[in-house]
Design a protein around this ligand. Structure first.
Ligand SMILES: [Zn+2]
Length: 429
């Protein structure tokens, strides 16, 4: 705060010295806070958060409210074929591709009031400030609120790699298929391919988002500069032993699949933490057969997941886990087998945009930290077709996807100011 004050003063003095007594260009933090509170009414749950799942009544109401704000900010609003809300503002150089700012306003069931909403309303605030100051950027500006982020980054995927028919037939949290939901939002699932953007057709995409983890809060850092969105590897692991009488089989004659699985879970933790870095590994579910008090478990199937920004690293960890499992199996007289791993590739942000965000944030007096995002975001889909930059602000206590999710008004204002200045700096390049 002190740093920010000093910096703001410097800007005012500099402006005064040059004979232009203009106040520096800043977002209106109070206004963003008011909009966040107003948006939180739609799909509100009794616990103080929102259950604004895509295609629900709350989602439709929230979108209608956001469209009002976008129009007030001087944006020309339309719904694209994928059901995304797009607000455009013309630029001065017709040769330039559009610069996109965006996020989402749908939530998980029993979600909070900040995930997606902070970035969406801040993007609208940037347009509002430009409108009030009558600033025309060189690039056309597009504020985009992607539909159904929480159900699998649907709206942003429609712009990026496109959606398959099978995806359109998936049933979403609302009970409607994505095809039905897209139509309900004003999109056209029959022409959804028209929403796809060619690589190179977007100048850049900025997304402001809450961290959803606790690192910025714990380390008292103002702004996270996102290096990328981590990749994920899944595999189902089967441990086969021999089901036998739990009373009559001596301890040294058992082929206990669950005991082996327990040792495996411990081993996953050891392997993942054996090297430096922010990689994570989890066994998130377990099925035990036959599952009775008096029978030694004969078979266990469990879900293994490993995540990191480097695919080479998480694939390497997976192979080490496999070889440890083989050793464990021999020791415990059980047999381990793994299904072919399912991999979601990591998505990296653009080095130039990272540098720009970092320099912009520091020039505003904020502390910064480079970090990976462990959670998925719309930015990961846009990164497949355009350079993206992502800005994180602290999540208090690292709580997210829950009604207790919270980010301080000052942190939100800081993030929105970084978004505004990054937009201006990007446009000047
Ligand atoms: Zn989100």
């Amino acid at each position: 705060m002190k740093q920010l004050f000093r910096c703001t003063l410097a800007v005012i003095f500099a402006a005064a010295a040059s004979g232009q007594p203009q106040t520096p260009l800043r977002v209106n933090g109070q206004r963003i806070g008011d909009h966040l509170r107003a948006l939180s009414r739609f799909g509100a749950n009794p616990q103080g958060g929102v259950s604004r799942v895509a295609y629900s009544e709350g989602d439709l109401q929230g979108r209608a409210y956001a469209i009002t704000l976008m129009k007030e900010a001087g944006l020309a609003v339309h719904i694209d074929e994928a059901g995304n809300i797009v607000g455009t503002r013309p630029g001065s150089d017709p040769a330039l591709k559009p610069l996109l700012l965006g996020s989402h306003i749908d939530s998980v069931p029993m979600g909070g009031n900040y995930d997606g909403d902070v970035g969406s309303l801040s993007a609208i605030e940037v347009a509002q400030v430009l409108n009030e100051r009558q600033i025309t950027l060189r690039h056309p500006l597009e504020v985009i609120l992607f539909q159904n982020e929480e159900g699998g980054t649907i709206g942003s995927q429609a712009l990026g790699e496109g959606l398959t028919n099978a995806q359109l037939d998936l049933v979403s949290q609302s009970g409607k298929t994505i095809r039905e939901g897209t139509r309900l939002l004003g999109g056209n699932p029959d022409r959804i391919a028209a929403a796809r953007q060619q690589p190179g057709s977007i100048a850049g995409y900025f997304e402001l988002h809450i961290e959803q983890g606790g690192r910025l809060d714990r380390e008292k850092i103002d702004i996270g500069v996102v290096e990328g969105i981590v990749g994920i590897l899944h595999s189902d692991v089967t441990v086969e032993g021999f089901a036998n009488h739990a009373g009559a089989t001596p301890m040294d004659e058992r082929h206990d699949a669950l005991l082996s699985a327990a040792r495996f879970i411990e081993k996953v933790n050891q392997v993942v933490t054996s090297i430096p870095g922010t990689q994570v590994g989890t066994v998130g579910w377990l099925k035990v057969e036959p599952g009775a008090y008096n029978v030694i478990p004969g078979k266990v199937v469990l879900g293994l997941e490993v995540r990191d920004l480097s695919e080479e690293k998480f694939v390497g960890l997976f192979h080490r886990i496999q070889s440890e499992a083989e050793t464990l199996g021999k020791l415990n007289q059980t047999r381990f087998s793994f299904t072919e791993p399912v991999v979601v590739h990591p998505s990296l942000t653009d080095a130039g945009m990272r540098k720009l965000i970092d320099e912009t944030a520091r020039s505003l007096g904020f502390s910064t930290k480079s970090m990976a995002s462990g959670a998925g975001h719309d930015a990961q889909e846009i990164a497949r077709i355009a350079p993206v930059g992502m800005i994180f602000i602290p999540s208090i206590g690292g709580i997210s996807h829950a009604p207790k999710e919270f980010s301080r008004p000052q942190d939100i204002e800081n993030g929105a100011n970084v978004l505004l200045q990054s937009t201006l700096d990007f446009d000047r390049r």
